[in-house]
Design a protein around this ligand. Sequence first.
Ligand code: F6R
Length: 613
Amino acid sequence: MCGIVGYTGPRDCLPILIGGLERLEYRGYDSAGVAVVTGDSPDDYSLEIRKEEGKLQGLKDLVEAQPVSGTFGIAHTRWATHGAPNQINAHPHTDETDHIALVHNGIIENCDALREMLKTKGHTFHTETDTEVLCHLVGEYWDGSLEKAVAAALRIVEGAYGIAVISDLDPGKIVGARKGSPLVVGVGDGEYFVASDVAAILSHTNQVIYLADEEMVVVTRRGFRTQTLNEIPIAKDVEEITWELSQAEKGGYEHFMLKEIFEQPRCIQNAIRGRLEDDGWRAHIGGLNISDEELARVERVVFLACGTSWHAAMIGEYMIEEYCRLPVEVEYASEFRYRDPVIDGKTLVLVISQSGETADTLAAMREAQRRGAMALGICNVVGSTIAREADGGMYIHAGPEIGVASTKAFTSQVATLAVLTLHLARIHGLSDEPARSLIHGLRRIPDQMEAILADASHCRVVAEKYAHHANCLYLGRGYNFPVALEGALKLKEISYVHAEGYPAAEMKHGPIALIDENMPVVFICTKDRAYDKIKSNMAEVKARSGRIIAVATEGDTHVEGIADDVFYIPQTIDALVPLLSVLPLQLYSYYVAVLRGCNVDQPRNLAKSVTVE
Ligand code: F6R
């Protein structure tokens, strides 16, 4: 949700900034811009801005036609909040004097009041953005030191921000700060970076520091220092990023989403590696930071998540109920944070987030912690805010997920939850046999996924038959109900086909009215404990001329007799079926979107990391 990158050092900053934006474009793609200070001496330093509406290519064309060159600068790719996604509202924004430029990720909540206050002091505004207000505020406090002006401005700002600020009056310096939106500092050899995400700077350095909320950093080519908004110095450890840049590249695939779908067998291996004990049928989880004794005292589990992560949480709910016999609730983080939830010291809160930065999920976790719960984070992005602020947790080890539609993170979350369930279940008295079959089942998943992916072309053939339909219903029961929700979400977000997921038996309480020969209905009817029931639901749709696409278990000829098209998946235990049944649905959505000419990796109006409410 908006991407920021900044550079100061001996090199020309423009290619570094544009290269960084290329890696951040998944965070927003409404418009993009750069601010560079040109000139070699204080007499001819000049702040130059280039910005353009639309995808990054527009900015690239602009800087080719109107080049800028300098050794420090900042850049931004935008996901609009305040103001339309046009050129004028694009970042960077400048202050009243045009000597300060600022890029911002987040929302300034008191921007209206600040704008009015600044107007009374003679400021004129040219855009509808909260960011322009923030930049003018920095200008208002300018007294010769950029960091002092930024700190003074941020002390009266309400809301969320990750920012980077430069000025031609304080050359060579970038001031960064964050609250609620991520910001990392890259430490190079005689050069320094700031960025929303390490992917933007990983080709230059793998040494980073993470800022915490309400912390600032001042970087020059000679070094960096960190401080609070009250200008109290704070020490930070430099951390090493262990993943490779190639993991954030398409590697020959047409889209990141397709690459990430195909990475899933390896991701599952990474999620379970070293975490399953074959002698004793237990899970071994390092870094959980909660003892067996504490887990034994847990009487209730609450999941907090949004979107696809929320669907993974639902699968976690079913697993924990089945194996641990504990009551579980799955909450939309956005609702939980504003309710008056009942949480106590015997409630274990599990917070699921791929990015580890989702604003609602983070706020909900903080609320749960404030009420005395122990919160465990299940995150993908290492060093992300939720991962750092949680009391403990597990990484899902999926590697960078760039496609806006989550695929490999979903299955990695489910696999990680299976491991966590096993751990909790053994502490709560699960016997050897179900534990053994869970472990065996998990170990087989990567090969079973490979078998499904080998038949991806069949998903394309089926997609060709249905891509022109404007609606689609997804139905599942038991463990496959969350998969129905996830299948529908995947289709709607990347192909703009209206799709809804329902528990299959709920169909006759309303949605059945939609069924006719123009309504494709995807049934996930694998051979599990809900199989016989869902077969009846399929017959009900067939009787009303609905078109049925089924996900079924290999060898199930009965389904072939009812459904118009079938995606087969290998047999596994009920709890692990979602890891397989979701794959054909991901591929189906992908191909429908491609056939409809949609931008699969950058669907309209969406952004990867939702760092605003
Ligand atoms: C859908 C999707 C979103 C995210 C949601 C939560 O494909 O990606 O629904 O799942 O925005 O994001 P995280 O998991 O980063 O908290």
